[in-house]
Every structure is written in C-alpha cells, then in structure tokens.
Design a protein. Sequence first.
Length: 266
Amino acid sequence: MDSILLAYGGYYQGNRMPQENHALPIAIPVGSQIPHAVGLAYAIKYRHKDDVVMVFFGDGATSEGDFHEALNFASVFQTPVVFVCQNNQWAISLPCSHQTHAKTLAQKGLAYDIPALQVDGNDVLAVYVAAHEAVERARAGGGPTLIECVTYRLAMHTTADDPTRYRDTQEVAEWEQRDPLARFQKYLMSKGLLADESLHLLEDEIKAEIQQAVERTEQQMTTLAGDALSLFDHLYAAMPPYLQEQRRELEAELADRDHCKEAPND
C-alpha cells in the first residue's frame, strides 16, 4: 500500500517494488506490459524455474498489437504465463462492442491455440478456480492461458472523465448490485463462515491498516520532497549532456526556492 500511495502521490520511488514482492509497477501505455510478461515467462522457462507470470490488462488492450504479439510468442514457446483480461466493458468512453466484432474476448486465444475461458469477474470463487487451474497448467509445462473476467467499471476512468456523457446511469446501478465484495460477504454469511461481528472487526482492521500506510507514506513524502535531484540518478550509467543541463537547472531552482524560504520577510 505504501508503494501505491507514493506512486499516485507523484513520487517515482513508489514504483520501486520490494524485491520479495515479485511484482512490477503499473504500465501506463495500454497493453505494453503484456509482451514484458511473456519475456519474463520465457526467462523462467529458460532457467528451468517453476514460477508463473500473471499479467493483467483491460478489454481495450486486446485491440493493441502488443496483445496479439504476446499471445503468439507465448503459444509458440509455451511460456508459463497467465493472461488475465479485466473486461470492464469500457475502454475509457469506447464500449467493447465498438472495438471488436468477436462475441467474446476469450475466444481471441483460440487463434493462438491457447486455452481460454470467460468467467464472471464479479464471482470471487469463479475467478479463483480459473486462475488456480491456469497457474497449475503453466507450472506443469502446459503453457499459457487466457482468462476473460467479465466485470464493470463503476467509477470514472480517470478524474478527468465524465462517464455520464456516454453511458446509461441505470446500467451502472444494475452493476452496483453485483459488487463482488458484497456478493462474497453474503455467500460467506449464508455458509456460516462469516458473522456481522467478525465482519465489523475485519473492516476496522483494514481501515487501521490503510491509515497506518497513509501515515508511513506521508512521512516518506516529507523526506523525499528534499531529494528531487535523485530523479536523474537511475536512468543512465553515464548521464547525457541534455540531462546534465536539466539537472543543473533544477538544482539552481531548488537552491533559489530554499534561499527565498530562509530570507527574512520585509
């Protein structure tokens, strides 16, 4: 959570994942992470490891060349990778029906001879079963799998987005009733595995955990705010002249700002 909050707070250090995390930061260009995942999976197979790569992307990414190149490579070399498509039915303002003529996104895997299936993305257990089966297949040398999780984007795409301009509010309200968390809670309660009291305790624990992460992140932000020049440190072994110039300009600007803070008020 600390890394996520740092990244969304505008600090590049939030993308520096702990080594034991085995995760990569979010890729902003649509679909660009999919070939990367296949490359990692190819390296795993080359080194005879039993690890499996899982890559997540949206329905819009399936219209990118990166998606098709990655699936083809993964199939040819039978790499241990699980492709998870979060089909929330909207690529910003473009509905899925306007970007593909295929009846499902899962069937796109058939052309590459990749096992593919479509699941209810709001059903925790359905997604778990599909993912578990795919991971076990990959680990056993059975190659890649494509999973299409059908869900819905309830919120706006970004803070600059106004979804009321392009979709029906009634549709949103209907999908709100299928919220996977509320749905799974009801299931656990119906099975006697979760009670109201334990649920409230769990929610309190989660809120406390989030608040602790916020406080830790704010402390890191205070420290990192005085370390802006480190932005240039990890790009090149030998910094090119144009970056050296930019670094000097930023260093001068920061020095002027600090000088103004220290100057007495008239």
